[in-house]
Design a binder for this molecule. Structure first.
Ligand code: GLN
Length: 224
């Protein structure tokens, strides 16, 4: 850790807990000294008490539906617009601006947006086509050690709509079924991070550390 990072304030991280793999994110986030506490977030009151948010994997349509029906959607959308947020898998889908294909609702699915990308849902097929892929993640600690990317009915990023703002963080390093090597599976844009894979289903906390440091840096610059 650099001097600067050591001096940065610990942050309180929320994990959207409407549906999906939220408990696993909470466990991994709580292993990091940079995190004062990681907590489940289910409503406007809970989200108002966290500095950053993780939207887990699960089912993006279900999460959107629950958030909307419970009246949480506007507060969630406002938080994502103004605070560091990381979406994994279904979370990445919710953070994208546009869905190309692969979902039952196609272009009509309700999205939080923010990431200038278009996404293809269920790009690798069904649950049976789940796999683990070693990934080189740009900027990860000990980056030479590949990150175990777990892909479960995962989306891929099929187009960067705002190339001047969106940074590519990880790409597939080999072909998987019909999905070619070089397909983008993680991106960063300002205060937003999105990954098609599930770092919470591994014992490797480096992606969580990457997000938390990114969040700390962003908060130090923007929330004085
Ligand atoms: N296929 C799911 C969706 O469209 C995402 C899968 C996942 O999060 N593991 O929301």
């Amino acid at each position: 850790m650099t001097q600067e990072q050591q001096e940065q304030k610990q942050i309180r991280v929320g994990v959207l807990a409407l549906q999906g793999a939220f408990a696993e994110h909470i466990i991994l986030l709580n292993t990091l000294p940079q995190v004062s506490e990681a907590v489940a977030v289910r409503n406007a009151e809970e989200i108002s008490k966290v500095d950053a948010l993780v939207i887990p994997g699960g089912e993006s349509t279900t999460m959107a539906l629950i958030a909307e029906r419970s009246g949480f959607w506007p507060a969630l959308q406002e938080f994502v617009r103004t605070h560091p947020t990381w979406g994994t898998c279904a979370g990445l889908i919710l953070l994208s601006e546009y869905i190309t294909s692969g979902g039952t609702l196609k272009g009509d699915q309700k999205l939080l947006g923010g990431l200038g990308i278009s996404i293809k849902r269920n790009a690798f097929g069904t649950q049976k086509e789940s796999f683990e892929a070693g990934l080189h993640v740009e900027g990860l600690e000990d980056a030479k050690r590949l990150f175990p990317g777990v892909f479960i009915r995962a989306p891929v990023i099929d187009e960067i709509l705002k190339p001047e703002e969106v940074e590519v963080v990880a790409k597939l390093q080999q072909d998987y079924g019909k999905t070619p090597k070089g397909t983008i599976v993680a991106v960063k844009q300002g205060h937003l991070l999105g990954s098609a894979f599930h770092p919470e289903l591994t014992h490797d906390n480096r992606m969580h550390l990457f997000f938390v440091k990114m969040a700390q840096d962003w908060i130090a610059k923007h929330h004085k």
